[in-house]
Design a protein around this ligand. Sequence first.
Ligand code: PLP
Length: 422
Amino acid sequence: MEGWWERSRAVMPGGVSSPVRAFYGVGGTPFRVVRGQGADLYAADGRAYLDYVMSYGPLILGHAHPSVVAAITHQAALGTSYGAPTALETEMAELLVGAYPGMEMVRLVNSGTEATMSALRVARAVTGRKRIIKFIGSYHGHHDSLLVRAGSGAATMGVPDSAGVPSEMTALTVTLPYNDREALGAVFRDLGREVAAVIVEPVAGNMGTVLPQAGFLEDLRRLTQAAGSLLIFDEVMTGFRVAWAGAAGYYGIQPDLVTLAKVIGAGMPVGAYGGKRKYMQLVAPLGPVYQAGTLSGNPLAMAGGLAQLKAIGGPDFYPPLADTVAGLAQGLVERGRRHGVAVAANWVGGMMALFFADRPPTTFAEVEATDRERYRKYFHGMLAAGIFVPPSAFETLFVSAAHGAEAVERTLKAADSVFARI
Ligand SMILES: *Cc1c(COP(=O)(O)O)cnc(C)c1O
């Protein structure tokens, strides 16, 4: 692959299939991956990286987990897609319904974007209302009505709103600051009866990791219920990542609809939306809400995802993972302080974010105010030491079950010498 990056950039926008991979948030040239194994990525130039990106969330057991590989390989030999039902879909749906609070029926799709787009359609059909509320810095996929003041890749690109989205497409989307209970209460007082749904990341993961502050999710539940609006938890990132029962189970708040993806697919393209039977019965062919997909419920994705979920096994998987994350987060903060570098962290379950700031941020504005130049130096320092942390201050760091004590030790040691230099 002589000059592969130049070749890529000549034929693909930015040389990539998804913007954050181009490293615009931190500068530099991305490495080319040839293989992943456990917690490690192997690049074409022979270097190995301890991976804390983990495909941006799906790989909670690490790369190429043996049971995931075996399940996909087995299924591939039986065919890759049928356009007819399989028992794998039933099994996946039963597992999701069994694990997730308030999930009675589910539709399988191909991505998180499709899941949130479809859940909004259901909410509008249920309520007969048009307006939706989302939070600034949250990312729910790249469809028109939600690409408003989005976080993550969109934030790093410095294009919070996308070109090519007519203002008519976003006119019905109300944006509010995350964790702002006052603003939320005010909007519901004024517009409550027009709101079809509030869509929220119950733990915000696309502005780094930002935790819901006390009362925020409770207010969301109470206000939506009182106004006859639906509460949609976008658990594409947090589902099976924060806990077996997602953030809904972790915080004890039951949404009306939920969207899932990432971990449920083990790195295969997948998504799902579901919730109460009375809502999901509106989805075609049962009801009038149209939504379809040639590859939806794809047997390879179902086989890989099911294998991963079965290997996770249930709620007991999460406390040790959370301990690893807490140890890593606290260790990084401690190493930073040791060198007089102001760092703070937010973490929950298998996700965390490190911020160059005095205090852990609780809003997107606070994340934007963190020292991104320092983050850039930290990223490149860690990369040079063979550790791949998120290539943007707006992305969450993911830990897998393959990240052991030795990996964390190695990370803290590298961070110590990086902090000493910034
Ligand atoms: C990743 C993500 C999405 C989009 O999922 P894709 O599979 O990339 O379309 C939606 N919502 C949240 C919270 C996400 O983290």
